[in-house]
Ligand binder design. Structure first.
Ligand SMILES: Nc1ncnc2c1ncn2[C@@H]1O[C@H](COP(=O)(O)OP(=O)(O)O)[C@@H](O)[C@H]1O
Ligand SMILES: [Mg+2]
Length: 321
């Protein structure tokens, strides 16, 4: 039996769906831990080391389940939480600070992947000197991880359109925006768990786009991710691929996920997002060291196919910590 402090983002009750998700997940994790005979206490994160130290000692926590995805509603700040927990000498779930921050800066993460020889689509940052006029690009936030600003308009043709889109997004949302070569083809979200200090790739789902209008970009955008009743959400459906049917593809995705995990020094759990082009070459879109742990979301669904219940998954992540 362990005493576990489930630390979550301090989310206002009227926050948008992508933020409320953290609260629902923290609650589900606490229930799963209790189901396993652990003692779980939920607490919102406060940006005050002494207060966190106080929470840990008050609850005599053996470990912290880190579900802090944002501070002051900013995901970019979440990496200070592992920094703080490390200093307080308490075991905590998931990724350390530096890999979290690094993966959270997509262009920088892509540079690292390239340096290691791992595939990721071509990209450029403003003023986009390297972009071509006759190529399709997707304009994305460098640091947001919730598909903010991703809708059909994010996929553009050529440098001028990319520049206009990036300028518009910067005005609307703030932050840094970059353009990445748009990869037509299949999408896969590979969930990885830490097992005996090594990455273990779970069964792999393809994200399938149903009833998609001809020519509409296949993008898992904000609506598909967060607006449950939207047609985008209802029509982006997970299908697990089988190793028997597609051995080469499974091997490729598995090896690349393991290599990326090792390169970034990930821990606990993560998800790696891929596109596979029409020639069958997989390319890494991004790494999510803080991937969603909500029951029914990608990681939990992949764990279920591997025969792990939600409580098994949560216990596994706790034990890795
Ligand atoms: N280079 C790309 N080519 C094609 N689709 C892309 C590309 N980059 C992103 N997408 C689409 O946008 C979605 C979100 O992009 P991603 O980089 O994973 O950011 P997020 O952090 O918002 O998940 C992906 O799941 C995919 O559907
Ligand atoms: Mg993604």
């Amino acid at each position: 039996m362990m005493r576990v402090l489930v630390l979550h983002s301090d989310v206002p009750r009227d926050a948008p769906a992508d933020e409320l998700d953290t609260l629902i997940t923290a609650q589900a994790i606490a229930e799963a831990l209790e189901e396993r005979g652990h003692r779980a206490h939920l607490a919102p994160f406060v940006f005050d080391p002494e207060a966190i130290r106080g929470l840990i000692s008050e609850h005599r926590a053996d470990a912290v389940f880190n579900m802090v995805e944002a501070i002051f509603r900013q995901g970019e700040l979440a990496s200070v939480v592992p920094t703080l927990l490390e200093k307080l000498n308490v075991p905590f779930t998931g990724c350390r600070a530096a890999p979290m921050a690094l993966a959270g800066d997509k262009p920088l993460a892509k540079r690292l992947l390239r340096l290691r020889g791992l595939p990721t689509p071509d990209w450029d940052q403003p003023p986009f000197a390297a972009l071509a006029d006759d190529r399709r690009y997707i304009v994305k936030s460098a640091t947001e991880d919730a598909s903010l600003g991703l809708d059909d308009g994010a996929v553009v043709m050529g440098r001028e359109a990319a520049r206009a889109r990036a300028d518009g997004c910067r005005e609307t949302y703030g932050g840094r925006w970059f353009a990445e070569a748009y990869i037509e083809g299949r999408e896969f979200n590979v969930s990885v768990l830490e097992e005996n200090g090594a990455p273990r790739v779970l069964p792999i789902p393809e994200m399938c786009f149903h009833n998609w209008r001809e020519g509409r970009p296949k993008v898992v955008g904000y609506a598909a991710k967060w607006e449950e009743e939207s047609s985008e959400s209802l029509n982006t459906v997970r299908h697990f691929i089988s190793e028997e049917d597609e051995p080469a593809l499974c091997r490729q995705l598995t090896e690349l996920s393991e290599a990326a995990w090792r390169l970034f020094g990930l821990r606990g759990f993560a998800r790696v997002d891929f596109r596979v082009d029409e020639a069958g070459n997989a390319t890494i879109l991004e790494l999510n060291p803080n991937s969603c742990l909500e029951p029914g979301a990608g990681l939990a669904a992949a764990a279920a196919v591997a025969g792990m219940s939600y409580a098994d998954l949560i216990e596994h992540i706790l034990r890795a910590a």
